[in-house]
Design a binder for this molecule. Structure first.
Ligand SMILES: [Zn+2]
Length: 326
């Protein structure tokens, strides 16, 4: 959360183009979950620089079953796969690390990749942080859309949830259970006049991510902002990168994008963190007051419990069991 963008950035998606010539280009944000084939960015799409970040993106394809792989171009293309095993810590944001090389604040970009139906991508980053942009995933979703997506000649693989798995910490919890689509049901409860109890459910697919989730911004309380500023963890510009809450209102003059923008952003974070599982889910996530730490705990216990899930090719798995994805 908040402004970590004190450097210039260059990010691009890159990889080998394996899709056969003549493979149909598909709109990035439509019907992503019903697509039975894996998808990857179609060659070059680019935005930037934005007003507040020098930032560029270029996309092409990655081979089937690659998942998401970050490449630190400032370190000779050192690769950090976006997997549960790569999670280093996850307090204010999710940070990945491999053999001492870190990449932080990955969750909003990962959320856009998963939410927009990308299965495989190389993501080149020339810094140790993914830029926070406006605190939402909107810019990343637009970048993915501008690059377009292409079908790959490989069945989409999904993680099918067979048994309920939970992670609980005090009054915070998150669980995942069998369902016929990738659903997220989220409740947050903050004692603040703009928030209170907010509850929202989303089923990923048919452009729901771009429509309902991508533009929801992260948020923080002004006390946290001041503490982070004192700790030199943020510098300036936080109103451009987050909703900043005061005791009974917000500092941003532009207002909220939705009255329940807060719970929408929590769903955005859940999608981004659970993207570290490496493939779309067939399951229902129920979250109450959850955060990055609990999301990581859920993924760890899910992966440990081998009876709770299996990986299946989508065309073989659908039918009566998954009508929403058929
Ligand atoms: Zn977030």
């Amino acid at each position: 959360m908040l402004d970590r963008n004190r450097h210039s950035f260059r990010i691009r998606l890159q990889g080998m183009r394996l899709a056969p010539l003549g493979s149909p280009l598909v709109p990035a944000l439509a019907n992503e979950s019903i697509e039975p084939h894996q998808r990857t960015p179609n060659n070059t799409g680019r935005i930037g620089p934005s007003p507040w970040h020098r930032f560029a993106y270029r996309g092409s394809a990655a081979p089937p079953d690659t998942g998401y792989v970050f490449r630190r171009t400032d370190l000779g293309g050192f690769e950090i796969p976006a997997t549960v095993e790569s999670v280093a810590h996850c307090s204010y944001a999710t940070t990945l690390m491999r053999t001492g090389v870190m990449l932080s604040t990955v969750e909003h970009l990962l959320s856009a990749l998963r939410g927009c139906g990308v299965d495989n991508a190389y993501v080149e980053v020339d810094n140790l942080e993914v830029p926070i942009m406006d605190g939402s995933a909107e810019a990343f979703a637009e970048m993915i859309e501008s690059a377009g997506l292409v079908d790959q000649p490989t069945a989409r693989r999904v993680l099918l949830v067979r048994e309920k798995v939970s992670a609980v910490s005090g009054n915070r919890s998150i669980s995942i259970e069998p369902a016929d689509a990738y659903e997220i049901d989220c409740v947050i409860d903050f004692p603040h006049p703009l928030i209170g109890v907010q509850h929202r459910s989303v089923t990923l697919g048919n452009g729901s991510f771009a429509r309902e989730i991508a533009s929801a911004r992260t948020f923080g309380f002004i006390e946290e902002v001041e503490a982070l500023r004192r700790a030199n963890l943020i510098r300036g510009g936080s109103l451009d990168n987050a909703i900043v809450l005061t005791r009974d209102g917000m500092l941003n003059e532009t207002g909220l994008r939705w009255s329940d923008e807060f719970v929408r952003h929590k769903i955005l974070d859940i999608i981004g963190d659970l993207a570290l599982l490496g493939m779309p889910l067939l399951g229902r996530v129920k979250a109450e007051r959850s955060g990055h730490l609990l999301h990581a705990a859920l993924m760890a216990s899910l992966l440990r419990n081998r009876a709770a899930w299996e990986i299946v090719d989508l065309p073989a798995s659908i039918g009566a069991r998954a009508p929403a994805l058929a």
